[in-house]
Every structure is written in structure tokens, then in C-alpha cells.
Design a protein around this ligand. Structure first.
Ligand SMILES: Nc1ncnc2c1ncn2[C@@H]1O[C@H](COP(=O)(O)OP(=O)(O)OP(=O)(O)O)[C@@H](O)[C@H]1O
Length: 122
């Protein structure tokens, strides 16, 4: 499956993923997560890590593991869908990483308390 036509690929032609969100390098993710130190969850794509951006914003970094049952395309679909959607009942995607073999999605962190508050307001 293609997400953008080949004629509109970005100039360096490195990816079929083009989003308005911030693009992180794997090195930046290492810094943000303090070398992937704290696992906060486990999803279909792999582990989810706690992290902090330079401005102190807490984020959840969903790193796609090589052994993930879900494929690269599914990962890209999630990234591309969330990049387009901004809704008060959906967690915001801050950015993504598509750096050689590393793929990750970066979301605003949502604590359980915040989630319950969120759901109560629905
Ligand atoms: N934005 C977030 N803030 C805080 N924790 C998160 C966030 N996103 C995910 N997590 C943690 O990571 C776990 C797995 O995330 P999530 O369910 O989104 O993964 P997934 O890959 O979509 O799972 P699946 O596809 O198997 O349903 C969550 O249960 C939660 O503990």
C-alpha cells in the first residue's frame, strides 16, 4: 500500500511517510526516553516508554519492535491517521520516528487519572 504518489515523494525519497508532525531521529528518542529506561506499557507494536521533550512535556514513545506482529504498514497507517486527527477525546500525537530500521510514535503522555477524567467528560 502506498500513502503518497511517487511523483509527490519528498526530495530525498527516503520514506513513504510524510507528516506535518515533528520527525524525531532515533538519537533524539534515546535522549527523550533516557535510553529507553522506563517502560510504561506494552502494545501490539512493542513497548511504550516514558519520556520528556526538551521543554519538559511528558510523552509516551511507542517503539516498534522488530518482532512486532503488526507490520510497518499498520504502523504507518496509525501514524498517518493520528497525524490528521485532532480531537479532544483522542490522545495527541506529537511526532514520529522513521529512522532507518527504527520506527516510533510519540504521543502526549496521558496518566490514568487524566484518562479517567477524560472519559468522565464524554
Ligand atoms: N499516550 C500515552 N500515555 C501514557 N501511556 C500510554 C500512552 N499510550 C500508550 N500508553 C501505555 O502503553 C500501553 C499500550 O499502548 P496501546 O494500547 O496504545 O498500544 P497499541 O499498540 O495500540 O496496542 P494494541 O494495538 O495491541 O491495542 C497502554 O496500555 C498504556 O499503558
Amino acid at each position: 500500500m502506498r500513502f503518497i504518489p511517487s511523483h509527490s515523494r519528498n526530495r530525498n525519497n527516503d520514506s513513504s511517510l510524510r507528516l506535518d508532525n515533528r520527525r524525531f531521529t532515533y538519537k533524539e528518542l534515546e535522549a527523550i526516553t533516557n535510553n529507553f529506561q522506563r517502560v510504561i506499557g506494552q502494545g501490539g507494536f512493542g513497548e511504550v516508554y516514558d519520556g520528556f521533550l526538551e521543554d519538559g512535556t511528558q510523552v509516551a514513545v511507542k517503539l516498534r519492535s522488530e518482532s512486532s506482529a503488526q507490520g510497518v504498514q499498520e504502523f504507518l497507517v496509525e501514524a498517518q491517521t493520528l497525524a490528521k486527527i485532532h480531537h479532544k477525546h483522542l490522545v495527541t500525537m506529537v511526532g514520529y520516528c522513521n529512522d532507518k530500521e527504527h520506527m516510533a510514535l510519540v504521543y502526549e503522555y496521558m496518566s490514568e487519572g487524566a484518562l479517567h477524567e477524560h472519559l468522565r467528560g464524554m
